[in-house]
Design a protein around this ligand. Sequence first.
Ligand code: PEP
Ligand code: MG
Length: 313
Amino acid sequence: SRAAALSAPITDGALADGTKIPLLANLGNPADAADAVALGAEGVGLFRTEFLFLDSKSAPTVADQQKKYTELLRHFAGKKVVVRALDAGADKPLSFLNDAHEENPALGLRGLRALRASEHILHDQLVALAAADAETEAELWVMAPMVSDSEESEYFVNLGRELGLTTVGVMAEVPSLALVADQVFDSADFVSIGTNDLTQYTMAADRMLGSVASFQDPWHPAVLRLVKMLGDAGAAVGKPVGICGEAAADPELAIVLVGLGATSLSMTPAALADVRAALRDVTLDQAKARAARALAARSAAGARAAAAGPVLD
Ligand code: PEP
Ligand code: MG
């Protein structure tokens, strides 16, 4: 409970061998920041800006955005806050940004693609973020949603830098991005893996459709192998690879994701305590051993079982 969380001292996320794994919060509104801090969030790993503007008929102004981003950043002085550029899509329609009439919206003009088609909106958002950053003491990182390849990464990172942002990265949600992860790191300062969409696109199973829900399982070795490709590419150049999809909130899967190379985990704040406790029980070598067993499995259920044992690790 929140009361219990407040009374016990909360330690930072770490493995049994002392390896630090920052545990961050997924947020959609600055009003939720105080609760996240109380639950031990060491920062924000995903701020979904589109939730601020779901009811807006027109694009938000720079001033309106700056106020909201400043309000968020004020809660995290000295801490990392990863803000995502507007992610309009089928599940999160923004009337001023995306076309609700596409036949196959998950594969349509969404995420960074939609922002690029309305570049003034992206421009205003990055200007507002840079202004909020200048006003506050948080460590602001900014990332783009639904990025497909290194050309898109380079475009977003260059634009962010031109507009005054210092740390600019991309989300890994589309398998194509994982397949060219080494190229992406030529421009991106960091990558954050969105396991919800990465699973949807890897398994070709609409995350909103109940009849294919069994395919929407981030434990699937196909998804885990893409995570490993991203982790390896980040480690090769010494750049962070975070996880911000729901998978990070599953304590057993969180261990596997760390074993695959995740350097931080971001989740709904209510999940922080359980993930923190699970990580404390394993060393990095043990996490890697569990990950190796999961990677070799032939199904999501098989990976879950293989990660858990019975092999002594
Ligand atoms: C994801 O796709 O995993 C993600 C974190 O983004 P969203 O759930 O907002 O699409
Ligand atoms: Mg997503």
